[in-house]
Design a protein. Structure first.
Ligand code: CTP
Length: 414
C-alpha cells in the first residue's frame, strides 16, 4: 500500500522523517510531498534517502541541475500532471505537520501547490496532524477550517499540549509519531472493511412518462445513494450503482447502470440481486405510474385527469427473494410518525435495516448535501445527527459491518 506524506512548513517538519520511517516499517511505500515552506526546515534529500523514492517539491516539471540525488532517489522531479497519477495511486494522504495555512487551503479547496492540488484530486482517506502556535490553533478561523475538514471525512490527529517552539505553552504541538501511525492504520484498515462484499446500491428518482415530454417523478437528487456507493468503494467493496436520472457525475465504481423508469430499475436490480451480498435501496422510487402513456404530446385543451396506478414495490420483491446471508437495507422518507412508519416497512419488506428521516425538516434530505435520521434494525436504533451525506454514508456502512459481525458471531444460548 502506498501513502503520500505531505510535509508542510513548521519546526515539527523534522518529525516527519521519523513518521516516514515508521510508516515504512508498517509496510507502506511512502511518497513524500513537500511544500516550499517545509523545505526551509528540512531538505528533501533527507526524505529521498529515507524512503528511496523521489520527493515531490514543486508543481511543475523542472529537471535541472538543482535536482539532487541520493543513490537511486531523486529529490526534486515533478511533473505538471503528476498530481493526478499520485492521487489515483495512493491508499491514504497523510499530512504531518499540517500548518494553519495548509488547513485553510484544504478547507477552501485552493489548489495552490502540489500538496493542496493532491488533496483535491485524491479520493483516498486523508489524515492530517496539525502543528502550530497555540493562538493560531485556537483561532476561530482555524477551528472553522478543522470543522469543515472533519465534516468532509478528514481524520484530524489532535495536537498535544506543552512547550511550543515559539516559546509559548499550550495546544499546538504535533501529536506523537505513534499516535499518527495508529490513526493512519485505523483509517486504512477501516477503509478496507468491506473488502469481499459485493454491494448493490440504487439511487435517485425514477420517472414515469405521461407522454413524450412530461413525467411523474419526485425531488430526489441521488446524492445519498451516490455517497453510499462512493464510501463503500473506498472501503474495499465491489460496488454496482443503479441510478435513476440525476445531475450527478457517477463516482468511479465497478459498475454504473443508468435507468429512467421504475420498471427499468426493477429489471436492473433483479438481474443483479442474486450476486449482491448487500443491497441498499436508496432510490426514491416513483410510487405511481400513469395507467396509460400517451405516445403523442398531450395538448392543453381543457382540464386533464390522470389515472395513476401503483408501481411494483422493488424492495418488497427483493425482500421476498433474499437468500441467507444477504443483507437488505431500505430507506424511508417520512413526514410524520417517522419511526413507527419506518418500523412497519422494516418488517413488511423483510429488511435487516431501514434508514429513516423526516423530510419535512428544513436543510436536510432531498437536494441538500446534508442529512440526519435514524438507522433501525430489528433490535436497535441508531440516531444520526445532522451531518454531510458522505459522513452519513459512513455511519450506515458502519452499521452494516456491525450487522455482518453479528451474523458471523456464534449464537449463545443460555
Ligand atoms: N421502494 C421500492 N419500490 C417502490 C417504492 C419504494 O423499492 N415502488 C423502496 C424505496 O427505495 C425505499 C423503501 O422502499 O427503500 C421505502 O420507500 P417509501 O416510498 O418510503 O415506502 P413505500 O413502501 O412506498 O410507502 P409509502 O410511500 O406509502 O410511505
Amino acid at each position: 500500500m502506498k501513502i503520500a506524506l505531505g510535509v508542510t512548513g513548521g519546526v515539527a517538519a523534522y518529525k516527519a522523517a521519523e513518521l516516514a520511517r515508521r510508516l515504512q516499517d508498517r509496510g507502506f511505500r511512502v511518497q513524500v510531498v513537500m511544500t516550499d515552506a517545509a523545505q526551509e526546515f528540512v531538505r528533501p534529500l533527507t526524505f529521498a534517502a529515507l524512503t528511496g523514492e523521489k520527493v515531490i517539491t514543486r508543481m511543475f516539471a523542472q529537471r535541472d541541475s538543482s535536482d539532487v540525488t541520493y543513490g537511486d532517489a531523486t529529490a526534486t522531479l515533478d511533473s505538471s500532471v503528476e498530481h493526478i497519477s499520485v492521487a489515483q495511486s495512493i491508499d491514504a494522504l497523510v499530512v504531518a505537520p499540517a500548518t494553519a495555512a495548509t488547513l485553510a487551503r484544504f478547507a477552501q479547496g485552493l489548489s495552490e501547490d502540489f500538496l493542496s492540488t493532491l488533496y483535491l484530486a485524491t479520493t483516498a482517506p486523508v489524515i492530517v496532524a496539525p502543528a502550530m502556535n497555540v493562538n493560531m490553533w485556537r483561532h476561530a478561523a482555524t477551528q472553522a477550517n478543522l470543522a469543515t475538514l472533519r465534516e468532509r471525512g478528514v481524520t484530524i490527529v489532535e495536537p498535544g499540549s506543552g512547550y511550543l517552539a515559539c516559546g509559548m505553552t499550550g495546544e499546538g504541538r504535533l501529536a506523537e509519531v505513534d499516535e499518527i501511525v495508529e490513526a493512519v492504520l485505523a483509517r486504512v484498515t477501516q477503509s478496507q472493511d468491506l473488502k469481499g462484499e459485493h454491494i448493490l446500491v440504487s439511487a435517485g428518482p425514477t420517472m414515469e412518462p405521461i407522454d413524450p415530454v412530461r413525467f411523474v417523478g419526485n425531488r430526489s437528487s441521488g446524492k445519498m445513494g451516490y455517497a453510499i456507493a462512493e464510501a463503500a468503494r473506498r472501503r474495499g467493496a465491489h460496488v454496482t450503482l443503479v441510478s435513476g436520472p440525476t445531475a450527478l457525475t457517477p463516482p468511479a465504481l465497478d459498475e454504473f447502470v443508468s435507468v429512467e423508469t421504475t420498471a427499468e430499475m426493477r429489471a436492473a436490480m433483479l438481474e443483479r440481486f442474486a450476486k449482491a451480498s448487500i443491497t441498499i435501496m436508496t432510490a426514491a422510487v416513483a410510487d405511481f405510474t400513469p395507467a396509460v402513456q400517451s405516445s403523442q404530446k398531450i395538448k392543453r385543451e381543457g382540464s386533464l385527469t390522470l389515472e395513476l396506478v401503483p408501481t411494483a414495490d422493488i424492495l418488497a420483491e427483493l425482500g421476498s427473494r433474499r437468500a441467507p446471508g444477504q443483507l437488505l437495507v431500505g430507506f424511508a422518507a417520512e413526514t410524520e410518525n417517522v419511526v413507527s412508519h419506518a418500523r412497519g416497512k422494516l418488517q413488511r419488506k423483510h429488511l435487516d435495516a431501514i434508514v429513516c428521516n423526516d423530510v419535512s425538516r428544513p436543510g436536510i434530505g432531498f437536494s441538500s448535501d446534508r442529512n440526519a435520521g435514524r438507522i433501525l434494525t430489528a433490535d436497535d436504533e441508531i440516531e444520526i445527527p445532522e451531518m454531510s451525506k458522505l459522513e452519513m454514508a459512513g455511519r450506515i456502512l458502519d452499521a452494516l459491518v456491525a450487522l455482518r459481525a453479528q451474523q458471523k458471531a456464534p449464537k449463545v444460548t443460555s
